[in-house]
Design a protein around this ligand. Structure first.
Ligand code: HEC
Length: 131
């Protein structure tokens, strides 16, 4: 009996374990799945207005834009030609290009980026809202 009281006293007096740091709100860490998917693109592309061209052309306002239309960007001949033929970026053309750039526009300098159909859909929706 004495041992039990002793144990209870110790437990009651024990400092509570330091609480784990509060995790940041989900919106900040996980973000939009499209924004998360864009992290793979951000190594080469920007969506900021007036950003200098990175390795890839600026993707701001890419929706409804003619292919290969960022002035001053050194596009491949095949992207320029696709633009001259009147190809425009929309949900369908973007999805095809991202699923398989070389099949969509043979000779493009954009490497395949991977990603599931669901990721592409989220990314394209995000680009439409953001870009
Ligand atoms: C390793 C660098 C790299 C990464 C990563 C990359 N791209 Fe690209 N992207 C390029 C290059 C280079 C071009 C220009 C291709 C050409 O001229 O043929 C391009 C072109 C494009 C274009 C055509 C733009 C226009 O003005 O016609 C789109 C759209 C595009 N990329 C979307 C994406 C998206 C979305 C992602 C992420 C899933 C991505 N890219 C990831 C390098 C990259």
């Amino acid at each position: 009996m004495l041992n039990l009281w002793f144990l209870l006293t110790i437990l009651a007096a024990a400092p509570t374990a330091p609480s784990a740091p509060t995790p940041a709100p989900v919106a900040q860490t996980v973000a939009d799945p499209g924004a998360r998917a864009f992290q793979r693109c951000a190594a080469c592309h920007s969506v900021r207005a007036n950003a200098h061209d990175d390795i890839g052309p600026n993707l701001r306002d890419v929706f409804g834009r003619r292919v290969g239309a960022v002035s001053g960007y050194p596009y491949s001949d095949s992207l320029r030609a696709a633009g001259r033929r009147g190809m425009v970026w929309n949900a369908t053309t973007l999805d095809r290009f991202l699923a398989d750039p070389e099949a969509a526009i043979p000779g493009t300098a954009m490497p395949y980026q991977g990603g599931s159909a669901a990721e592409r859909a989220a990314l394209i929706a995000w680009l439409r809202r953001t870009g």
